[in-house]
Design a protein around this ligand. Structure first.
Ligand SMILES: *Cc1c(COP(=O)(O)O)cnc(C)c1O
Length: 386
């Protein structure tokens, strides 16, 4: 932390050096948040000289030419393919993050069904609750199962109770704490069984959407499984120095909310006016560089490290577990010291390590040895307290 009096005596140069050191230090011990750090965008340095702004619809021509719409569309194309969208009916844009992507999904859903009710589980990300509030849509919270997945029986009974109303279902593909994945096909099946024809499914896939296509066996989450829109965060699994997100939906749905704006000479189909064009460039660069094979390898590496982490914790007698195909290892919460040192997000009684692509076995070893050391110290403490 900064000591204000001390900072006042530092030159700007010194402050920058100090900040850089602190960022590096905090970044090295970082296991609790889903942010990849193994990126290198130095080749794109020259692009920082330009006021790139992707305002307007990436699929429409605009009067503002200092933009990266071409790259933006290529990124959307890639995710549309990974999400098995209908090649003739998809659309999307790069947002400021998963939260904005969720807002967009819910916004389209509400425009389509103004009288709908939103159903989302207890484990839903906090951005969803806020977005539902912003959009002023009536909502119902559905119970979660122990593993963090939506309770399908509770969902079914709530839907049955409100079956005269259109339904917007917010599913999560990779919940924030336990990386649980709601089964979109199963949700679709429930809607069908109850004959609720007016429905919309938005899949919040902030973390796991980037590797969902590589999970075996397949866990239903994409367009063919029944989703109407899917959101991800660009700075999570792919990695970027600037937060970003992607929303992919159906073009036919977007067309219903598109309005022309003569000032920018394009369609106003996005939430923000000015939009980050560097993010589009960064995501494009990352995807081109790694390719789909590389993306898959990243996932398999993470999965392997997660299994390793789980097994090492089990060896210590810590009841660690993972959801199917997840790169997040869940276990009982740890001491304040360890939580602070490794920046572990903690909720109620559980905490987690997220094995992002940059996390190595060596880091897991260091973390596990911190835990082992503490457990040993507690055992040798005659007062028996931790
Ligand atoms: C991180 C996350 C979000 C929000 O994404 P931001 O990019 O931080 O806005 C939404 N949903 C889930 C499940 C997340 O893990």
């Amino acid at each position: 932390m900064f000591d204000m009096a001390e900072v006042a005596n530092l030159s700007n140069q010194q402050q920058l050096h100090r900040l850089l050191r602190q960022l590096k230090q905090s970044s090295d011990l970082f296991l609790g948040y889903p942010v990849a750090k193994d990126f290198d965008y130095s080749e794109l340095y020259a692009f920082l000289d330009y006021p790139i702004n992707n305002l307007g619809d990436p699929y429409e021509d605009s009067t503002y030419k200092v933009q990266t719409h071409d790259m933006e569309r290529e990124v959307i194309d890639t995710f549309a393919k990974l999400f098995r969208a209908n090649p003739k009916d998809y659309w999307g844009y790069i947002t400021n993050g998963g939260s904005e992507s969720n807002l967009y999904g819910l916004y389209i859903a509400r425009e389509l069904y103004p009288k709908a009710m939103v159903y989302s589980s207890e484990s839903t990300h906090y951005s969803v609750k806020k977005n539902i509030h912003l959009l002023n849509i009536p909502s119902i919270v559905i119970r979660s199962q122990e593993n963090g997945e939506i309770d399908y029986e509770d969902l079914e009974s709530m839907l049955r109770f409100n079956r005269h109303k259109p339904a917007i279902i917010l599913t999560t593909f990779g919940t924030t704490m336990k990386e649980a994945k709601d089964d979109v096909a199963r949700v679709k099946g429930i809607l069908k069984k109850l004959a609720i024809q007016d429905h919309y499914i938005h899949c919040d896939a902030a973390l796991s959407g980037s590797f969902g296509a590589f999970i075996e066996p397949h866990i239903p989450f994409d367009f063919q499984d029944g989703a109407d829109s899917i959101s991800i965060s660009g700075h999570k699994f792919i990695g970027s120095p600037i937060p970003s997100g992607v929303i992919v939906t159906k073009r036919s749905l977007r067309d219903r909310i598109a309005k022309g704006v003569s000032y920018i000479g394009t369609l106003d189909t996005t939430i923000s006016g000015s939009r980050n064009g560097h993010s589009a460039l960064f995501l494009w660069y990352a995807i081109k560089k790694m390719g789909l094979e590389g993306l898959k390898k990243r996932y398999l590496h993470s999965l392997e490290v997660a299994q390793y982490c789980k097994n090492e914790l089990l060896k210590l007698g810590i009841p660690a577990w993972t959801n199917e195909g997840a790169i997040t290892v869940v276990f009982p919460k740890v001491s304040e010291n360890i939580k602070e040192k490794w920046q572990l997000a903690t909720e109620e009684e559980v905490t987690h390590v997220i094995c992002m692509p940059n996390v190595t076995r060596k880091q897991i070893d260091e973390f596990v040895s911190d835990l082992a050391y503490e457990m040993e110290a507690a055992e040798n403490d005659p007062r028996g307290c931790k």
